[in-house]
Design a protein around this ligand. Sequence first.
Ligand SMILES: [Zn+2]
Length: 268
Amino acid sequence: MTHRLIIDCHHHLGRDPNYAARLVDECARLSIAKVCTIAPFGEEGNDRLAALLPQYGNTILGFALVRWAEDTPDDIVRYHDQGFTGLKFIIPPAPYDDERWFLLYEKAQDLGMPCLFHLGIVARSDEPGHMLVRNDYMRPIYLDTIARRFPRLQIIGAHLGNPWYEEAAMACRWNPNLYFDLSGSTLKAKKPRFLDELLWWTPFTRYRDPEGRHAWEKIVFGSDVPYYEIHDVLHDYHCTMSTLGLSEELKWKVLGGTAARILGVGDK
Ligand SMILES: [Zn+2]
């Protein structure tokens, strides 16, 4: 029996000092059990999020923002000790699969910390760290390298690799430990049929994934919008999945069942 948990795998802590309380209230209203929340950019971002976890940790699962220039495996251990569930990676100064990062991924794997990677073209911004962006360092194919090299690391790629969707879908099929969310403009801009053509394999097709799973068992719910818009993204997921005629069981896996397994929460 599929456990009916809704888990938002991709959320960012807002600047408002009351943001966490508002987020938790909204999650309760939408029956969202857990929300993977990424620390804000800036020097104090991770500490700010860590400080909220004792109070809100039942709903908010913290994802520490890895600082490429500074962080060592010891910092990954520190994030773990601070109560972070997972790690978020974005805007690397070399491709995601550059070997210089392997010690970080290895430590995350050892500690059982799922890793969320931004993929594709990142929003343009004047925030610190955003001025030296190389979008091609954030292609989905780099997650294929990492997934093969670290087979116990649970990896979520954001935005289905927008705009490198084909690359994301094939990497998704071949790697049992690689998942994707559909946050961002894709669900608004593309027709369900577009996603259906990308996510075509089932347990019964001639070509399958190595574990015989349905393609949508590799897709998770992620919103990547402020708390007051989560309902809208949830609605888009529902509409897309209904249009494609996904079974109820498969829909619940997308909404939370698969994420529960990745994150090690709730009923498996
Ligand atoms: Zn995001």
